[in-house]
Design a protein around this ligand. Structure first.
Ligand SMILES: [Zn+2]
Length: 190
């Protein structure tokens, strides 16, 4: 038999007949009619209070979903319940792989924060890959710009030498022309 709870009532028999008893948390005490009635009302009120609390938390949850633009519970993300964040078992959260063992909250990797199972936001994994791709592109662009500057300097150098020789007898300087051609080829890495 389970232990009685405070307010539980029972009928007990003694030499004078049947009487109502109520459990006060420690022992069964004799209860008159008024006490029994009060006890029954208390139990009913407690039940009502619990139901209201449940209904209240349901309503709060629905309101929260509505504020997030989710108007039906079935549309909420199944992983995060529509909240958009999720408690992961490791500090690496949605990245997975190696991380600390502490429980860590992070964006839900199913809806990516929207809370809506039909309308996920941009994946953090995708954004991560895009950022890496962009960084690589910027690096090669900088390298290209440096190469162009080197080529420009070489072209200007050759042009300066040509200008110096323009007044002289051109046919007398075939070696110089060959030198310019070599310098230009070297500048473009040919
Ligand atoms: Zn989610």
């Amino acid at each position: 038999m389970t232990n009685p709870a405070i307010g539980d009532a029972r009928l007990a028999q003694d030499d004078h007949g049947w009487k109502l008893e109520v459990f006060d948390g420690y022992k069964w005490i004799h209860a008159g009619y008024t006490e029994a009635l009060a006890n029954a009302k208390l139990i009913a009120l407690e039940k009502e209070r619990d139901e209201l609390r449940h209904a209240d938390s349901e309503r709060t949850y629905t309101q929260l979903l509505n504020l997030r633009g989710i108007f039906h519970k079935d549309d909420a993300c199944e992983k995060c319940g529509g909240l958009g964040n999720y408690t992961y078992g490791s500090t690496s959260t949605w990245r997975g792989g190696i991380g600390g063992r502490a429980m860590t909250s992070g964006p839900c990797d199913k809806c990516w924060g929207s809370g809506d199972k039909h309308r996920a936001w941009m994946s953090h994994r995708k954004v991560d890959a895009m950022v890496k791709e962009r960084d690589a592109a910027v690096t090669s662009l900088h390298k290209l710009a440096e190469e162009v500057l080197v080529m420009r300097a070489a072209v200007l150098e050759v042009a300066a030498e040509m200008a110096l020789l323009s007044g002289a007898n051109f046919h007398a300087a075939p070696d110089a022309v060959q030198g310019w051609a070599d310098a230009l080829r070297e500048a473009v890495g040919a």
